[in-house]
Design a protein around this ligand. Structure first.
Ligand code: HGY
Ligand code: MN
Ligand code: MN
Length: 421
């Protein structure tokens, strides 16, 4: 596939990313600059963004369908529709106060890759299917990659539909109110549904920028695990309850959070990470000793055994606190997934496209998880990373240059063309 025949319109992509970023209610804090975006699954902002993107898909003459949980498929028919399609895509939901490139580059960049092939009058044997996944972020229902987990069958429809949001609404209620009806068993996709799957994403880390590289060729996706944790003590009056008589749930939780950090550092491996990202204190009054604390724990590593050692260590640390501080400690698994290895053929197609365009590149691990982690259960996957400024992500100052994104879309377009024959 001659590279010069395929011309990616980077300015149009940037304009569409900016339009998509406007589907948010997030106030623009000046602290870090950048464009703050919050777009939680099935909220008004998410639904408006989906409706707008479906018009873009239709404008590109793609055949659009949505499944029972809102995963959206936009297909560019190949010359032999009987063949399994090549898939590409990502997510457009955004955690609170995030940036405007995480996920969105894989959807709008995937669309621009298809349009650049259409403009070059390329005809491919296999269809190319662009996918917009529902709820890659765990923000609303506590588990990430909801849509792709259901596609891959690693989350049962019963468990999924019973997931609760902060307002105690079930996924079933919320998705039906959003117009996504039907049994979730219909979301499951068969092995080989895509002959190849490739996702374009910002790196969300500093490596490519630090090494002045244009393209990251992902070789593996790290293994994520997350847990709901509760510490229950005794409450009481902040003035009258003397220190020796206290069972302060927040003090116990604070000690436990430091034990989490210590356990991750203790492995000595830079690939082990552990985070307590949310803490809710009950009753949450300045003059009331905390009686209960709810937390969410996220532990990852490219080595799942090492990850599980950290999980066991922090569970033990919590149980020790029960003795030491007279509190109750519970830790419930939300997910503990294996890592994914990317497919060598796809990796080589990405490297070949990078070489043809004179882009510098390297193989690397994805420390963030992506829907590709679950698409890997259905067939061969690959990922293409582009550098983001300072490696910053999940923050309003997340940023990728038009040039970096255009390079990524160019490599994606040529990789799709090669894989789709
Ligand atoms: O948390 C992650 O790795 C992804 O950004 N949801
Ligand atoms: Mn994210
Ligand atoms: Mn993402």
């Amino acid at each position: 596939m001659a590279s010069e025949a395929i011309a990616v319109d980077g300015r149009r992509l940037q304009a569409e990313l900016e339009q998509l970023a406007a589907f948010t209610r997030c106030e623009q804090t000046e602290r870090n600059g950048g464009t703050a975006v919050t777009r939680v699954v099935f909220t008004e902002d998410d639904m408006a963004a989906r409706a707008w993107m479906k018009t873009l898909f239709a404008d590109a003459s793609l055949q659009v369908r949505e499944d029972a949980v809102g995963n959206t498929f936009a297909r560019w028919q190949g010359t032999d529709p009987s063949l399994a399609a090549v898939g590409t895509g990502s997510h457009t939901d955004a955690i609170p106060h995030a940036g405007m490139y995480d996920g969105t580059l894989g959807v709008l960049g995937g669309l621009e890759a298809i349009r650049s092939l259409q403009r070059a009058s390329v005809r491919l044997r296999r269809s190319v299917e662009l996918v917009l996944f529902t709820a890659e972020e765990p923000t609303r229902f506590g588990i990430g990659c909801l849509g792709s987990r259901l596609m891959a069958g690693t989350l049962t429809p019963e468990r999924a539909d019973g997931l609760l949001d902060a307002e105690e609404q079930t996924l079933a209620e919320v998705r039906e109110a959003a117009g996504f009806v039907g049994d979730l068993t219909s979301v499951r996709l068969p092995q080989g549904v895509y002959s190849s799957w490739v996702e374009l994403h910002i790196e969300q880390g500093p490596l490519l920028e630090r090494e002045s590289l244009d393209i990251g060729v992902v070789s593996a996706i790290a293994a994520p695990a997350s847990y709901r944790v509760r510490v229950d003590g005794f409450g009481g009056h902040a003035g009258a309850l003397l220190m020796p008589d206290r069972r302060d749930a927040l003090c116990a939780a604070a000690e436990w959070i430091l034990a989490v950090e210590a356990a991750a550092l203790h492995t000595g491996a830079v690939d082990t990470v552990a985070t307590v990202g949310t803490v809710q204190v009950h009753p949450g009054a300045v003059n009331s000793v905390p009686s209960g604390v709810e937390m969410q724990l996220d532990v990852r590593d490219i080595d799942p055994e090492r990850r599980d050692m950290v999980v066991a260590a922090v569970r033990l640390a919590g149980e020790d606190l029960q003795e030491k501080r007279g509190v109750a400690f519970t830790m419930v698994e939300v997910n503990a997934d294996p890592p994914a290895t990317c497919d060598e053929t796809i990796i080589e197609a990405v490297e070949g496209a990078s070489k043809r365009n004179g882009f510098s590149f390297r193989r690397m691990v994805s420390r963030a998880y992506h829907d590709s982690l679950f698409m890997a259960r259905l067939g061969p996957v690959g990922m293409i990373f582009v550098p983001c400024r300072g490696g910053v992500s999940h923050r309003p100052d997340e940023f990728a240059t038009v040039e970096a994104m255009t390079n990524g879309v160019q490599v994606l377009a040529e990789t799709l063309a090669e894989l789709a024959g």
